[in-house]
Ligand binder design. Structure first.
Ligand code: TPP
Length: 320
């Protein structure tokens, strides 16, 4: 894929923004500043970035419980994200959704979802709305390898293909579904082969290379926009952290983790950019400084925002 310098730097900035946001999130969680459960996507930045960077603002995204990166890549403001995670009133959902139900309709993110596979049928609904209204919006649905074993995955892919819905199903295969490795939960190696049963194209891409993810996503997005139907895109990546923050990870060999961390999609991209002399090192360093400042500001913004409080009278109104 041949891209202008500005575009390459934008890709770098988004991946870096996700990485630093997630690292800060882990840190704040460990300090007891984030209520509830948190699942971070550290190490998986190429997937959200490679797909979302090619979407329009009015395109839809459905995400899952590990969705901070998807939201950031779709254009979310780190300040409102951080405030939401900290349960503050200036958060995207006024501090009431937290990490797992965050949404921002203005940028097309229809919501995270704590139910594994829960976003997949919703993405069909969003895509159907575009088809019905004859717009050319597309819908991207992100989910994990674990979700690819849920009934919702199979039912939704069948219907999407039958109705030629403009959806891109992006299976972010990080090798683990909670504490179970992929090979213990399914008999196929490439989840993309499942596309065949539903009569749609399926492709597996190596997530180490954000440009490969972009190339595959570009084809799928074009197909959806041209009203030719859905695609199943499987991106192979690796979950660097535990299933949730604080997970002791007794089930995972340390050697595997060490090896995986040595293949970092951001480092891989930087090496490529410098080796091919596509950008100056100083430009990357400048972005690093800007993103550090941005994430610090996001934390300050969130900490200065008042905590959301729970008013029981609201419940009484709901159940009256
Ligand atoms: C329907 C349902 N079943 C089980 C769970 C418990 N659960 C939460 S996350 C998870 C694993 C999901 O794995 P995957 O889809 O691969 O996503 P990843 O966490 O690897 O990003 C499970 C089993 C749930 N939340 N919902």
């Amino acid at each position: 894929m041949k891209l202008e310098t500005d575009k390459l730097l934008e890709i770098y900035r988004i991946m870096k923004r996700i990485r630093l946001f997630e690292e800060k999130t882990s840190e704040l969680f460990a300090q007891g500043k984030i209520p509830g459960f948190i699942h971070v996507s550290t190490g998986q930045e190429s997937v959200a970035t490679g797909v979302c960077i090619q979407l329009r603002k009015d395109d839809y995204v459905l995400t899952n419980h590990r969705g901070h990166g998807h939201m950031i890549a779709k254009g979310a403001d780190s300040r409102y994200m951080m405030a939401e995670l900290l349960g503050r009133i200036d958060g995207y959902c006024r501090g009431r959704s937290g990490s797992m139900h965050i949404a921002d309709f203005d940028i097309g993110v229809l919501g995270a979802n704590g139910i594994v596979g829960g976003g997949i049928p919703i993405s069909n609904g969003a895509a159907f709305s575009a088809q019905y209204k004859a717009t050319d919006q597309v819908t991207v649905c992100f989910f994990g390898d674990g979700a690819a074993n849920e009934g919702t995955f199979h039912e939704s892919l069948n219907l999407a293909s039958l109705w030629k819905l403009p959806v891109i199903f992006v299976c972010e295969n990080n090798g683990w579904g909670e504490f179970t490795p992929q090979k213990e939960s399914m008999c196929v190696e490439n989840i993309s082969v499942r596309a065949q049963s539903y009569g749609m194209p399926g492709q597996t891409v190596d997530g180490i290379d954000v440009l490969s993810v972009m190339a595959a996503a570009e084809t799928a997005i074009k197909r959806a926009r041209a009203k030719e139907g859905p695609t199943l895109l499987e991106v192979r990546t690796y979950r660097w952290h535990g299933h949730y923050e604080g997970d002791p990870q007794k089930y995972r060999p340390e050697e595997e983790l060490r090896e995986a961390r040595s293949s970092d999609p951001i480092e891989y991209f930087v090496k490529h950019l410098l080796k091919e002399k596509l950008v100056e090192r100083e430009a990357l360093e400048e972005i690093d400084r800007e993103v550090v400042r941005e994430i610090d500001q996001a934390v300050r913004f969130a900490e200065e925002s008042p905590p959301q409080t729970f008013d029981e009278s609201e419940l009484q109104e709901i159940y009256a």
